[in-house]
Design a protein around this ligand. Structure first.
Ligand SMILES: [Zn+2]
Length: 187
């Protein structure tokens, strides 16, 4: 039985590497997969999924207007989505429907909360609908598990406000534990 999967993590957790490894495993068994990433994420060029181990693959892109139910997935063994926090709630519903009406496993990778500690709408819906949810663990600089993010400006000062989505310089984001997230609030 096909399911909707959500693999969530803080940034710099190696989730793109895991996604590409799963794609490789399917393909090694002769099963094609369809890869998607957010159109908004052009860090490495539009429509690329890139791991920090320097593996890169082309991927289809989704923006907020993309309709996953309109796709033809014949011959595909599963859908793999990176940057899934950028899905709209409606798109999460479409993917859930795809998994259960067309028996197509959908495996989403993404973040849970933004630099303000607020949920991405897509992540909130994935956590609500996915049947199989797993955390990919990464470590804060203090040694605890990192579950949140902070954003800094060009001089390294922490930012507390701003738009939820601002992709570009990844060095401006840091994955931190909740203790470090709140300890830095007063500063
Ligand atoms: Zn910490």
């Amino acid at each position: 039985m096909a399911k909707l999967f959500y693999r969530y993590a803080a940034m710099n957790s190696g989730k793109s590497t895991m996604l590409l490894q799963i794609a490789h495993n399917y393909e090694a068994m002769g099963k094609p997969v369809r890869l998607y990433t957010a159109a908004i994420d052009d860090r490495y060029g539009q429509g690329k999924i890139t791991s920090r181990l320097n593996i890169q693959r082309d991927a289809d892109t989704f923006d907020a207007a993309h309709d996953f139910l309109a796709g033809d997935y014949s011959g595909q063994a599963c859908l793999l989505l990176d940057e899934a926090q950028f899905l709209t709630p409606e798109q999460v519903r479409q993917l859930h429907r795809l998994a259960h009406t067309r028996q197509l496993p959908v495996i989403c990778f993404g973040l849970r909360s933004d630099f303000r500690g607020e949920p991405f709408p897509g992540a909130a819906w994935l956590l609500a609908l996915a049947e199989d949810i797993e955390e990919i663990k990464t470590i804060c600089s203090c040694g605890r598990k990192a579950t949140m993010h902070i954003r800094t400006d060009a001089t390294g000062q922490r930012l507390h406000q701003g738009p939820q989505v601002e992709i570009g310089d990844e060095s401006r984001y840091q994955a931190v534990c909740a203790e470090c997230f709140y300890a830095g609030e007063a500063a």
